[in-house]
Design a protein around this ligand. Structure first.
Ligand SMILES: [Zn+2]
Length: 183
């Protein structure tokens, strides 16, 4: 896993657990981050602080930008409540996504918008380079080239080419000139 991803996930877990005060939002039991041993040690002093907490993605990782690693899409749950949240169709209505969002004061839309923001932060689009401003000198040069082009057109360069000996270098290359003008 990339360093960026690890950071995003760690930040996500901490933000969710902090908001939920390290309590299961399903049953209210106090707990600790089961991924973080330091936290287990810290919380051992509190009575009833032995529930392993995990962060449940309310909208599945694959159905939301940036995996939905935003606190608006995460809820702290103990293992028993997590099972219910993963199978809301066969358990309590209480654990359906809409209700989980309500519990944390979020919504599917909030979670989606926050995830979009995270995605933008992770993959900033390269800015388009600004068009260079044409200087007066360049403008004059372009005009001169255009005039030259008109003159050469009048004398029909193709006829001119036919009449020119092979070893004579042409003073003007129309194709090159066109390219120059397009630049
Ligand atoms: Zn619980």
């Amino acid at each position: 896993m990339s360093k960026d991803k690890k950071e995003v996930r760690a930040k996500f877990r901490l933000a969710v657990f902090t908001r939920d005060q390290f309590k299961c939002r399903g049953c209210g039991k106090q707990g600790f981050d089961h991924n973080n041993l330091d936290d287990v040690v810290k919380n051992r002093d509190f009575p009833g602080s032995f529930v392993e907490l995990d962060v449940h993605h309310i909208t599945d990782r694959n159905s939301i930008p940036a995996g939905g690693y935003v606190k608006e899409n995460g809820i702290s749950l103990c293992p028993a409540c997590h099972v219910k949240a993963e199978n809301p169709h066969m358990t309590d209505v209480e654990f359906q996504a809409e209700n989980l969002y309500n519990m944390i004061g979020s919504s599917k839309n909030n979670a989606y918008m926050a995830s979009l923001e995270l995605e933008k932060k992770l993959n900033p689009k390269k800015r388009k380079p600004r068009k260079k401003k044409t200087t007066d000198k360049e403008k004059a040069s372009i005009l001169a080239k255009e005039r030259m082009s008109d003159i050469l057109e009048d004398i029909k360069p193709k006829d001119f080419i036919l009449e020119t000996a092979d070893n004579v270098e042409l003073p003007f290359n129309e194709e090159e000139e066109k390219k120059d003008l397009q630049m």
